[in-house]
Design a protein around this ligand. Structure first.
Ligand SMILES: [Zn+2]
Length: 271
């Protein structure tokens, strides 16, 4: 109840702050402040995530989730990687968010995404595209950081407006569809992307793995002839690769494990 009240108040504030009567300067400073503050509560992230997950997993045509019963080993493997991050990564909402990982059976799509509240979806196309375990850990860490740092709700509030998000929590189908399209096609701000990259290194730093796995992944992406879907929503650049490697050095991460051979064997499980 308290949250609804706070949100209604903030909603009024939002509407009034985007009105034309404000000078450009005043409007700019308001949006800058909103960049840093998430007016959505953590509990609302959790509720929204549950609804989004239910909607995604009921749409088998758009999101053909790989069957668990016939892919137990692959699921066990990917969830094992998630557990490495959860165990060592010091995530803020480690015990509060769901941290569910599902695989979408679509070999043509090089993408992964995370919903608010920690539901992670990885396409088989991306798993097959990568070369080593540290790269997949880097991608997982990057997506988990978007959820744990609560980038999606911050960004979705800006792009869709808070009422759409609140309606999605109340299972309004149209609002949910807007939110899902928003999550998949979400263009995070440059600062959110840089932060997700930074945290993917931080999460892996205490593990025996190469903490700059995300850099290996982005390097591969950059060499693609046409930019894959992931890059259109997670803009990449050479400086981004360099920043990830610099972060690994700055934090003195010593891990070197890549498990290339093991990863090649794992990829063969995808038919
Ligand atoms: Zn991202």
């Amino acid at each position: 109840m308290k949250n609804i009240l706070i949100n209604s108040l903030l909603f009024v504030l939002l509407i009034s702050s985007s009105g034309c009567s404000f000078t450009k300067k005043a409007y700019k400073s308001t949006t800058t402040a909103l960049d840093k503050v998430n007016i959505f509560s953590v509990e609302e992230d959790i509720k929204l995530g549950k609804q989004v997950k239910a909607e995604i997993e009921s749409d088998h045509k758009k999101f053909p989730i790989l069957k668990e019963s016939s892919n137990r080993d692959l699921y066990r493997y990917v969830r094992g990687l998630r557990d490495i991050i959860l165990k060592k990564g010091n995530l803020k909402y480690k015990n509060k968010f769901a941290w569910e990982v599902k695989i979408i059976d679509d070999k043509k799509t090089l993408n992964a995404f995370a919903t608010p509240g920690g539901y992670i979806y990885i396409y088989t196309g991306l798993i097959k595209f990568l070369d080593s375990e540290d790269q997949l850990l880097g991608v997982l860490g990057h997506e988990m950081a978007h959820a744990d740092r609560r980038h999606s709700t911050r960004q979705l509030t800006k792009s869709l407006g808070i009422t759409v998000l609140l309606n999605a929590i109340l299972k309004d189908k149209q609002a949910l569809e807007q939110v899902i399209a928003g999550i998949i096609g979400l263009k995070f701000s440059r600062s959110s992307e840089a932060e997700a990259d930074e945290y993917s290194v931080r999460y892996l730093c205490p593990t025996p793995y190469n903490a700059a796995g995300a850099a290996g992944f982005f390097k591969k992406m950059l060499n693609q002839p046409s930019p894959p879907e992931f890059l259109s929503t997670h803009p990449s650049s050479k400086s981004r690769v360099a920043d990830i490697e610099a972060m690994k050095n700055k934090l003195s991460c010593r891990g070197t494990r890549t498990n290339r051979d093991k990863y090649t064997r794992i990829k063969r499980m995808i038919r």
